[in-house]
Design a protein around this ligand. Structure first.
Ligand code: AMP
Ligand code: ZN
Length: 143
């Protein structure tokens, strides 16, 4: 896609530090890593959202991401890794070509996800949200 920075990286028009490539996905070093070795796995086909990526490609992204995570542990002395994907601007997606972050982690890396754990006001409120989700999945079985 014209004007997409990650499509340009795949096409070789913008330089990248390639880690892995096959017919479906391309993986390269993130230019602003959370930790050194932070890598991005992207579909070769342009998709802004993860929700439109075909299952085979999405599965390959996850598989390659996990393999790269293991490589980070073996080669970079990481203890663990995070797989992270932001879908949509308010989820933190800045580049609108879907990408899976593979972030190497170690016990002393001083990085913390800003995680929280809310509580549903009542069990019924949780039931209602679950039912809405099940209905939406039924209505749109392909996405
Ligand atoms: P997100 O916030 O999930 O959209 O993440 C976008 C990521 O792309 C950020 O971590 C950036 O550091 C990274 N990024 C942006 N431009 C480049 C580039 N030219 N090469 C490598 N990584 C990039
Ligand atoms: Zn693109």
């Amino acid at each position: 896609m014209k004007d997409c920075i990650f499509c340009k990286i795949i096409a070789g028009e913008i330089p990248s530090r390639k880690i892995y490539e096959d017919e479906l996905v391309y993986a390269f070093m993130d230019i602003g890593p959370i930790n050194f070795g932070h890598t991005l796995v992207i579909p070769k086909e342009h998709h802004a959202s993860s929700s439109t990526i075909p299952e085979t490609t999405a599965g390959r992204m996850f598989r390659v991401g996990a393999r790269i995570g293991v490589a980070q542990k073996r080669a970079l002395d990481a203890d663990a890794f995070n797989l992270h994907l932001a879908d949509g601007a308010c989820a933190g997606q800045v580049v609108m070509h879907a990408h899976l972050h593979v972030v190497p982690r170690s016990a002393d890396d001083s990085f913390h996800w800003n995680w929280r754990q809310l509580k549903y006001e009542t069990p019924a409120a949780a039931d209602e949200a679950a039912e809405k989700l099940r209905a939406a999945l039924k209505l749109h079985p392909d996405r």
